[in-house]
Every structure is written in structure tokens, then in C-alpha cells.
Design a protein around this ligand. Structure first.
Ligand SMILES: *[C@@H]1O[C@H](CO)[C@@H](O)[C@H](O)[C@H]1NC(C)=O
Length: 279
């Protein structure tokens, strides 16, 4: 008996070690890398993924090995310091490149030194991706790591910056919603000179290259391919903003919102998308 127990105990220890090891090597455990990406470790042994952009070889990123249908995804990001105008650093989910794709985006549009970095949040539902809410970040996102979270469940899509919910994209039964196409998780850095900063007026100044974004503490609690959901998925599966979280959404909209597609009459001369008049 004693023999069996110690065998079991050592098996448990081995499993525990395996889990720790996998979070230490999250980049290669969960992602395929592409382009200019390298892994480093901080003093405590946590892995940091550094994605760079330069004029010769372009940018890079990492793409999840698995596809998910609903989940909570977060990562800590330290953005490009100084003049990052023209660059776009992203954390997003996508079902693919086709014209009916689903996508959930958090895109950081760089800026000249000392100017606010804009966070573009967007949702693509069945190929329609004109649903942006953009916010000036209220802190210097290059000074330290901040946590960016996407919660995607059958009721809504929640965007969070650190502990603050800043947006909820709600599902309406009669409108397209992201509830059938599994998506992969991506983090990328690319040249968005034609679009990113002041609508393309400020391109990348390559004399500051290479530009580097650091990612760490990737977290996902998600249903793989839609069928296998983690035991504790109920934490996010039914989540909608609480009263206090509607408060932080209102705070972010009032103080930091720079663009709301539901206010852009030039873009929708035939009338706003249906969901604009539902909230
Ligand atoms: C960059 O800073 C300027 C000046 O404050 C601002 O108008 C602009 O919206 C900022 N962000 C982007 C992405 O252009």
C-alpha cells in the first residue's frame, strides 16, 4: 500500500511540475511564432515574448495552436516606448481571413512621443467589422505592463483594461453574433503607417527602429473548438457587466472615448447599424 501511495504522490508532483513548466514556456507551448519574435525570461523565470518591427524584415507575432469557441483571454503588454507613431500592436481573436470572418480586436495605435496611444476595440461579426470603439489610454502603456482582457461568451463580448471593463458588445438574437466559428488567438506588431496615427498623417519614423512590444502572463480559460470547456468556465460563460462595471464603461466613454461607430454619421449615411439603437 505504502508503495502505491508514494507512487501516486510522485505522479501528482510530476503533474504539478508539468503545469508550472507549461506556464513558464507559454509562448512555445500555446503558440506558433511568426517573423521577429524572441523569448526571454525575467528574474523570476517568467517567459516574456518580444515582438519587433524593423524596415527590412517587417514585424511578427504569435498565433495560437488551438482554436476556441468562447473563453476568457488575457495578456500583459508593455508597448513601444517613445515615438511609436505608425505602429500597430495587437491582441486579437480571429476565425480566419475570409469574407465571413469573426474577429475580436484590441489594437494599440502608436503615437508621437508624449501623445496618447489609442486603443481600438472592434468586433467583426460574419465579415462586418465596422464596430469600433476607440479610447485614449489614460496611462503610459510603455512605462509598465498592463493587463488586457477579452471575455467572449454567448451573451456578450467584454473588453477590459487592467481591472476596468471599458466595453460590452451585446448579442441580440436577430443580429449576427460570434457564436459558431472557433477562433485562434493572436498577438502581432505591424506597420500601420497608412492608417494608424492621425488617420495615416504620421508614418513610422524608421530611425527609431527596431520597435519592440513585450508580452507576458498569457492566460486563457476557454472552450477548445467549442466542445471541451474547462471545469471552471462558468466564471466567464455567463458574465455580463455588473452595475459597477457599467460604471467604469460610462467613465471610460465620458473621459477617454475618441471614436464610436454609432456616432459616425458620415460613415453610415443610410443609417446606423441596428445594434446602435438597442442600448
Ligand atoms: C496621437 O496624438 C494626437 C495629438 O494628441 C491625437 O490627435 C491622436 O488621436 C493620437 N492618436 C492617434 C492614434 O493618432
Amino acid at each position: 500500500m505504502a508503495g502505491r501511495w508514494s507512487h501516486l504522490a510522485s505522479l501528482t508532483v510530476a503533474l504539478a511540475l508539468l503545469q508550472v513548466a507549461s506556464s513558464e514556456h507559454w509562448l512555445n507551448d500555446y503558440f506558433f511564432t511568426d517573423g521577429n519574435v524572441r523569448a526571454g525570461y525575467d528574474a523570476s523565470g517568467q517567459q516574456v515574448a518580444m515582438v519587433s518591427l524593423n524596415q527590412q524584415s517587417g514585424g511578427g507575432g504569435f498565433n495560437s495552436k488551438k482554436k476556441f469557441l468562447f473563453g476568457e483571454f488575457s495578456i500583459r503588454i508593455k508597448l513601444i516606448p517613445g515615438n511609436s507613431a505608425g505602429t500597430v500592436s495587437c491582441f486579437y481573436l480571429s476565425s480566419g481571413d475570409d469574407q465571413y470572418r469573426d474577429e475580436i480586436d484590441m489594437e494599440f495605435m502608436g503615437n508621437s512621443s508624449g501623445q496618447p496611444v489609442v486603443l481600438n476595440t472592434n468586433v467583426w461579426a460574419n465579415g462586418d467589422g465596422k464596430k469600433e470603439h476607440q479610447f485614449d489610454l489614460w496611462f503610459d502603456p510603455s512605462a509598465d505592463y498592463h493587463t488586457y482582457t477579452i471575455i467572449w461568451n454567448p451573451e456578450n463580448i467584454i473588453f477590459k483594461v487592467d481591472n476596468d471593463v471599458i466595453r460590452s458588445f451585446k448579442r441580440y438574437a436577430d443580429l449576427p453574433y460570434l457564436n459558431s466559428k472557433p477562433m485562434t488567438v493572436h498577438a502581432t506588431l505591424w506597420d500601420g503607417s497608412y492608417w494608424a496615427t492621425e488617420k495615416g498623417a504620421i508614418p513610422i519614423d524608421w530611425s527609431n527602429a527596431p520597435f519592440t512590444v513585450s508580452y507576458r502572463d498569457y492566460f486563457a480559460n476557454a472552450c477548445v473548438g467549442g466542445r471541451q470547456c474547462p471545469a471552471d468556465s462558468s466564471k466567464w460563460m455567463y458574465k455580463q457587466p455588473s452595475k459597477a462595471e457599467w460604471g467604469t464603461i460610462a467613465w471610460a466613454e465620458k473621459n477617454y472615448m475618441r471614436y464610436d461607430y454609432c456616432q459616425d454619421g458620415y460613415r453610415f449615411p443610410q443609417g446606423f447599424p441596428a445594434e446602435c439603437s438597442r442600448n
